[in-house]
Design a protein around this ligand. Structure first.
Ligand SMILES: N[C@@H](CCC(=O)N[C@@H](CS)C(=O)NCC(=O)O)C(=O)O
Length: 257
């Protein structure tokens, strides 16, 4: 009898607060793959990651997946890799899902710019953004470092900003769920649900982050206007988070069934 092939070794490097990392983790777990996770600290982790990626110039962004010797960049490619590596159809047909991911990517880009600009306007959030080892008394005088880093991040991704992309993505999700009538966009739970549910993380986040965000930073991630306009979708996302079959580790504290 032939033995099943051993699973390749998977290491995911990401930022636990980042919606792109959340998509990648959710996809790997939904595919039933074992993986190690390593938290990336902006700026501080960059030289080490560049070394491991053998990338000395150009932008680096996370999540990235090291799959044995292969390097897989971006949440979409990681999810596609997970679908193939698991040899299961648990993420659904990625070709069909691509249009959903496009809506999600545009929405997340708007969300990021909104969050980064909210942080730039909030001195306490800037102080929270400094690395944990910096003593409280130094945080105020060193706030400028966090401001520089946030301004750099704003510039790096400003070209992706498209006002109204979050509302557009959520309206499409609402309509997709209405048409399917199963509670899942494509009839069964798939990566389409993952990529659209993660959009809600930029208006009403529930995924557990480690290290945890400070209270002022947490506030910057909330958008009360959109959250009340799309309360039905927040309840939908909460149902996915609560059910074991559709949940993942960053939603562990919500799992009930
Ligand atoms: N399209 C990429 C986007 C990834 C991305 O934008 N990552 C950001 C998260 S904020 C990042 O790495 N930021 C840290 C940095 O740019 O230094 C994906 O799907 O993974």
């Amino acid at each position: 009898m032939s033995q099943p092939e051993p699973q390749e070794r998977l290491l995911l490097v990401g930022e636990s607060f980042s919606p792109w990392t959340k998509k990648a983790r959710w996809a790997l777990e939904q595919s039933g793959l074992d993986y190690h996770y390593e938290e990336y600290t902006p700026t501080l982790s960059e030289p080490g990651l560049r070394w491991r990626m053998r990338q000395w110039s150009g932008t680096v962004s996370v999540p990235v997946l090291f799959a044995d010797r292969r390097l897989v960049r971006s949440s979409w490619n990681i999810a596609s890799h997970a679908g193939k590596a698991s040899r299961s159809s648990r993420l659904g047909n990625m070709a069909t899902i691509a249009q959903w991911d496009k809506l999600s990517e545009a929405a997340l880009a708007e969300g990021r710019t909104r969050v980064v600009r909210a942080v730039l306007n909030n001195d306490a959030a800037l102080e929270e953004a400094l690395p944990g080892f910096i003593p409280t008394a130094w945080r105020k005088p060193l706030r400028f470092l966090a401001r520089d880093a946030a301004a750099r991040l704003d510039r790096k991704y400003a070209h992706l900003y498209e006002q109204g992309a979050i509302r557009h993505a959520l309206e499409a999700t609402r309509e997709g769920l209405r048409q399917s009538d199963t509670g899942y966009l494509l009839g069964e739970f798939s990566y389409a649900d993952i990529t659209m549910a993660v959009v809600l993380e930029v208006i009403a986040p529930i995924a557990q982050t480690e290290p945890p965000l400070g209270p002022e930073t947490e506030r910057c991630w909330h958008d009360s206007v959109l959250a009340s306009e799309f309360e039905d979708l927040i309840r939908w996302r909460d149902r996915l988070a609560a059910a074991h079959a559709t949940s993942y580790s960053q939603f562990r504290r919500y799992q009930v069934a």
